[in-house]
Design a protein around this ligand. Structure first.
Ligand SMILES: Cc1cc2nc3c(=O)[nH]c(=O)nc-3n(C[C@H](O)[C@H](O)[C@H](O)COP(=O)(O)OP(=O)(O)OC[C@H]3O[C@@H](n4cnc5c(N)ncnc54)[C@H](O)[C@@H]3O)c2cc1C
Length: 382
């Protein structure tokens, strides 16, 4: 059992930290206030290999593993959760679905463009009437000769407006419940595909979250991703990896909030001393740091399992559940340590508090994570 990152992993962490401090930190509040999705950051993310973290070099990827991936998402989110969530949706949802279940032709066509940042990936499972119960998908894909014709809409799609390559789930056989759902690759510019409403969000406001509308959208049969009827099942495997990235997102935001609170507690004086001298504040800091470390270790454990190609359903959900709820608690305490100054936008903790909440919702709510974990526990022979 090894608890230390390797030298190479430390270098990755350091380089992403430097990048985030230099290229993201100066703009965080401006992007948040104007809800600006910084598409201009893509070439810089690509230069560092962050648009193709998990993909073999043969497809233009960086060929890294899940521990490096978690480290990267954590470091980006320590500065801005919006960038963390965007890099996560691109890598572990859209691109990874193509890498894991695509044909060689699909991988050759899409992965190099996604990995090198030429194209931005989006992944749409959620619909207005099908959130936690994704088996209630309404979007239809009807076979017509050499094409499928897609009709319906996806909601809350990260990169719904800016995405170039979409992996979208649709029903191919309504009689088969979730075994009748399939995945499709849809390219931007395909007639009938368009972005709908862009969401005005509580947090992660610089990430693009939009509706995706499919109106008689005709795509070649070659764009079926995986086998017909296996789209929903394949999504579950993709989410096992995706939830590691949401856990890392949560750890990163908590780390950012904690560091701000630690700094502030040393500077702020009341009753003639730094507030960090008060045991009440020290206990908060101790609890925050301990919980962050526990969440990070759960995240690394799930990442290590994924690297070994072992099933990580329970471990990914445990990491996501604990890290996300921890992140909200830590951001809350970070505001408390700042007092009134935590409630205003001059200090970063107000934004961490708003941003952290997404981690308890995206890629399955806390309630759904508990269901997944309980199901795995009850299946075990212990
Ligand atoms: C910023 C953002 C980005 C997102 N990005 C994407 C994306 O890129 N792609 C994508 O496909 N989706 C995306 N989502 C959607 C996200 O995954 C869903 O919002 C989430 O799965 C919950 O679905 P819902 O919002 O419909 O809530 P609902 O499913 O309606 O849930 C409402 C409440 O009921 C609870 N609940 C539901 N069922 C049960 C149950 N069986 N037992 C106990 N409690 C239950 C939930 O936990 C929740 O508290 C994103 C969402 C947001 C906000």
């Amino acid at each position: 059992m090894e608890f230390e990152l390797t030298e190479e992993q430390k270098q990755v962490k350091e380089s992403v930290r430097e990048f985030a401090e230099a290229e993201i930190a100066p703009h965080v509040m401006e992007w948040d206030e104007s809800q600006h999705f910084p598409i201009e950051l893509q070439p810089k993310l690509a230069e560092l290999g962050l648009t193709g973290v998990l993909f073999p070099e043969a497809y233009g990827g960086a060929g890294m593993g899940y521990v490096e991936y978690a480290t990267i998402i954590e470091e980006l989110s320590r500065v801005d959760g919006s960038i963390g969530i965007s890099v996560a949706a691109h890598n572990s949802l859209c691109s990874n679905h193509i890498l894991t279940f695509g044909t060689e032709a699909q991988k050759a066509r899409y992965l190099p463009k996604l990995a090198t940042g030429e194209c931005l990936g989006a992944w749409g499972l959620t619909e207005p009437e099908a959130g936690s119960d994704a088996s209630g998908t309404q979007t239809m894909a009807v076979r017509d000769g050499d094409s499928y014709v897609l009709n319906g809409s996806k909601t809350f799609t990260t990169h719904g407006t800016y995405g170039d390559v979409f992996v979208l789930m649709a029903v191919t056989d309504r009689t088969k419940d979730n075994r009748g759902i399939s995945a499709f690759i849809v390219e931007k510019g395909t007639p009938g595909l368009r972005a709908g409403k862009k969401e005005n969000k509580l947090g992660c406001r610089a990430s693009d979250t939009s509706e995706v509308i499919l109106d008689n959208c005709r795509i070649p049969i070659g764009n079926l991703l995986g086998k017909e009827g296996e789209g929903f099942i394949n999504c579950l495997e993709i989410l096992d990896g995706g939830r590691i990235s949401i856990a890392a997102l949560a750890v990163g935001m908590a780390q950012g909030a904690f560091e701000a609170a630690l700094r502030y507690s040393r500077q702020r004086k009341q009753f003639g001393q730094s507030i960090s001298e008060f045991q009440a504040i020290q206990f908060k800091l101790a609890d925050m740091a301990t919980e962050i470390e526990a969440a990070r270790l759960l995240t690394y454990r799930a990442a290590a399992l994924k690297n070994q190609k072992k099933r990580s359903t329970k471990e990914s959900s445990m990491a996501k559940l604990y890290a996300s709820e921890m992140s909200v608690r830590v951001a809350n305490e970070a505001i408390q340590i700042h007092g009134g100054y935590g409630y205003v936008k001059e200090y970063p903790v107000e934004k961490f508090y708003r941003d952290a909440k997404i981690s308890t919702i995206g890629e399955g709510t806390s309630e759904i994570q508990r269901l997944v974990i309980a199901r795995q526990l009850l299946r075990s022979t212990v």
